[in-house]
Design a protein around this ligand. Structure first.
Ligand code: 8YV
Length: 329
């Protein structure tokens, strides 16, 4: 990232994540952008810290109470992502700093990827691809896979993306059930009170709940055992939420011991590091956190993240504050 030289009157922004190439030119043209120096308490030299009015972050960024406290002129933390579990929103709010994110524009892509991972795991598409590439087809084809159409999907988290996944699952004639903090009476699908009881009636358990303290290791050994026992074929886990929501050690054990049939994972506990034991399992389909990673969607996310910065820093109301920062209705 290029750091623009300090200019009188220019607005200083701290980028705690590397801005996407879809955003960087606009950001650098409008603001004086400083890359985070994690060795400094305020992320920037002491003479710059009092001038930082905005933080740019990604969905995976961490912004601590300490960092916020060290930036006295901070007004906004603009996250380019729907998830903001790494941001200390309570500390930001207490200081009057607004936190914004980029909801909705990525619903389709994340839902598409969830379906893609379900199909990939059920029909073993990566293994099929490897089989053909390795020239093994003349020696025989693959073992029979399992059918996805008509199966039962359990969705953990029934927000906007969860509903987009449910809509797609209906196109596969799947039976939809879900769990969430509370039932959503306007939705026609069965509500189960917790992840374990949902897993017990699911062939595919798809995780799309926000990360953070409230959902840490929600998918634990007990939930995985229930998913495994849901049918003689055993269930498949798909995670397109946050790695923190799944107890990764318990998941590896469940896969290694054949407790569940397989998994499709876009997110991991310590990205970008994926445990060797997980990488060694052929029944697992792995992706490097690409839920929103299409050109169209990332452009929309970049534009929204920029607009939120621009609005706040020019005295306009921001477009998409996180729920905790929305004005009372
Ligand atoms: C991206 C994400 O990884 O939206 C989120 O919460 O996890 C992702 O879409 C990232 O934030 C892109 O900047």
């Amino acid at each position: 990232m290029s750091t623009s030289p300090s200019a009188a009157g220019s607005i200083a922004v701290l980028a705690v994540a590397k801005p996407s190439p879809l955003l960087a030119p606009r950001l650098n043209a409008a603001f004086e952008v400083h890359a985070l120096d994690a060795t400094l308490p305020a992320g920037v030299p002491a003479e710059t810290a009092p001038r930082i009015r905005a933080i740019f972050a990604s969905g995976e960024s961490r912004v601590s109470a300490e960092l916020i406290a060290n930036l006295p002129a901070l007004e906004i933390i603009s996250v380019m992502g729907v998830g903001y579990d790494g941001i200390d929103v309570a500390a930001a709010k207490a200081r009057g700093v607004v936190v914004t994110h980029t909801p909705d524009v990525l619903n389709d892509d994340v839902a598409d990827l969830a379906i893609g991972l379900m199909l990939s795991a059920a029909r073993q598409l990566p293994a099929a691809d490897r089989h053909v590439r390795a020239g093994l087809w003349p020696q025989g084809t693959l073992p029979l896979a399992r059918k996805m159409s008509g199966a039962r999907i359990g969705i953990v988290g029934m927000g906007r993306i969860g509903q987009a996944i449910a809509q797609r699952a209906l196109g596969f004639n799947m039976t939809v059930a879900y769990t969430a903090r509370s039932a959503k009476p306007r939705l026609p699908w069965a509500y189960l009170p917790d992840a374990a009881s949902l897993a017990a009636v699911s062939d595919f358990l798809v995780v799309i709940t926000p990360g953070g303290a409230g959902t840490r290791k929600l998918i634990n050994a007990e939930v995985l055992a229930a998913l495994g026992a849901s049918s003689p074929q055993k269930g498949i886990l798909v995670n397109v939420a946050r790695g923190s929501v799944v107890d990764e050690a318990a998941l590896i054990e469940a896969l290694e011991n054949g407790v569940i049939a397989g998994a499709g994972l876009d997110v991991f506990e310590t990205e970008p590091n994926v445990p060797e034991r997980l990488r060694a399992l052929p029944q697992v389909v792995l992706a490097p956190h690409i839920g929103s990673a299409t050109g169209q969607t990332r452009q929309a996310m970049a534009d929204l993240a920029f607009d939120n910065l621009q609005c706040q820093l020019s005295g306009q109301p921001v477009k998409t504050p996180v729920p905790e920062c929305r004005p009372a209705e």
